[in-house]
Write a protein that binds this ligand. Structure first.
Ligand code: SF4
Ligand code: SF4
Length: 167
């Protein structure tokens, strides 16, 4: 390699270094776009998509609008929703202990259990879109940290009741 080629290479390297440092320095002086959780929390959650949650009735926020039709379960491409209702006793059968089965169940217009497995959810929104009574929405709960994937099974009825108590 000639001396002039060496100088040319050194010049190109130095130029790249100065440009890179300039870009880094500029970014360094800009306000941060992330927060250091748990010391800080974000406050602009209006467009955030957390796990789905139930919406309560206007007259009783602890009771979901859900009519246990099962449309959301059918629409979910990831099979992460479970909605259970009491299975009606067959004609002529004696009424025994309540047995729960997947929604819809004849004569049942309220769910006995609504569970979402958030570890499977892709946040696609198909469930909320399919709901005929607008009973589902995305929550603004960004702090879902768990050590075991089974802990991502969220009881949405219990969550709705807790929220209604807090409001
Ligand atoms: S957001 Fe999509 S993946 Fe998640 S529960 Fe609803 S339909 Fe299923
Ligand atoms: S689609 Fe709506 S009303 Fe039907 S089971 Fe799902 S949440 Fe309930």
């Amino acid at each position: 390699m000639t001396v002039s080629a060496l100088f040319q290479e050194a010049y190109t390297g130095l130029k790249s270094l100065v440009i890179g440092l300039g870009i880094t320095g500029k970014a360094f002086c800009q306000p941060g776009v992330t927060v250091i959780y748990p010391k800080e929390e974000v406050d602009n959650l209006s467009t955030f998509r957390g796990h789905v949650e139930l919406i309560g009735k206007d007259e009783d926020p602890a009771v979901p609008r859900c009519v246990a039709c099962g449309a959301c379960v059918k629409a979910c491409p990831s099979n992460c929703l479970t909605i259970l209702c009491p299975v009606p006793a067959k004609e002529g059968e004696e009424a025994g202990p309540v047995v729960m089965g997947p929604a819809p169940q004849k004569g049942s217009k309220t769910p006995g259990a609504v569970i979402v497995d958030f570890s499977l959810c892709s946040l696609c929104g198909q469930c909320a879109k399919a709901c005929p009574v607008d009973s589902l929405q995305f929550s603004d709960n960004p702090y879902m940290v768990r050590l075991d994937r089974r802990e991502f099974q969220i009881d949405l009825l219990a969550r709705l009741r807790r929220q209604a108590e807090q409001d």
